[in-house]
Design a protein. Sequence first.
Length: 324
Amino acid sequence: MDLQCQYFHDATELLFIGCGSSYYIALAAAASWKMITGRRARAIAASELLLYPNLVLADSSGVAAAVISRSGRTSETVRAAEFLEREKDIRTLAVTGTRTQPLDQIASSTLGLPPCDEESTVMTRSFTAMLLGLQYLAAMVAGDDGLIAALAKLPAVAEKAMGALHPRIREFVASHQFDDYVCLGQGPFYGLACETALKLTEMSVSYAQSFHTLEFRHGPKSIVSPKTLLFFLLSEQGYDSECDVLQEMKGLGATILTIANHADKRARESSDLLIELGFDLPELARLAPYVFAGQFAGLYTGLKKGLDPDNPRNLSRVVILDDD
C-alpha cells in the first residue's frame, strides 16, 4: 500500500471491520491504533454496519476504514466495503493475504502483506499476519521508529516461544479434562481473548466464552469449577488488578492457564500452567503471540477428541452468502 494515501493519513477516525476472527483482529487493531497514533478508532462487525449503518456511522466525519478478510471474499465484509465506498463515499483499505479478490478490487487501496493464507479452515498464521500488518501501519503513520524496530524483532523471539509451547500445552491437555473454557483479557488483549475462545470452539468443538477480565467477577464467575479452564491474558498496564481476579478465581476452584510476559509470585502460585513469554519488547509489539496458547490448546483438545482441528464440522473456509 502507498503509505502516502491522503485519505488514510487525513482520517480523524478509523473503523476496523471484519467477521469472525477478522473482527477480533479489528478489536486488537483498533485498540493498538488508538494507543500508537492517538487517533480515534473503533472495531465494527461487518454485519452491524450492514444492518445498522445509521447507528455505526452516526455523527461520524473524516472517517476511513480498514476492511479485514483472509480470503478477500467473505460476503459480509465485501458488502461492507462496497457500501462504504459506493454509498457513503468513505475510502477503505483492504487488509488481506489474498490479492485479486473482490475486496481487493472494491477497496481504494490494499495493505500489502506477504502470502499468509493457510489451507486450514481455521485462521492461525493469517490472524497474526494481518494484526501485525495493521500495527506496523499504525507505527508508520505515527512515525514511531522504536515500535517499528520492535515489531521487526518479534518473529525471531516468537518462533522460539512457539517451539517451547508445543510440548507444554500438549501435556497439559492430555492430563486434564474440562467441561468449558473462559478466556479473559483487557484493553488490546480483549480481542485476543475473544480469538482464543473462538479457536477452542472451532478446533475442539468445545464451549468457550470470552470476557473483559474484571467483568468476569460480575456474574459469570458463577460457572467456575475445577472443570472450567480459565485463560488469563495478563497485560502490563492492568497487571495488578487482573492478578487480583486471577487469585480470586483460583480461590473459587478454577483451573487456570496464564499467559504473561513476566509473572510475579501471585500469578505463579495461582496458575496451573504459566506461559511466561519473557520478550524484551514493548507491550504492543508482543500482542500477537498471546494467541499461541489458545491455538495449541484448541489443536490438542480437538485431537484428543478424535476430531480434525483443521476442518471443524459445520464450517467452511469462507462464508459466501447468496445474493438473493
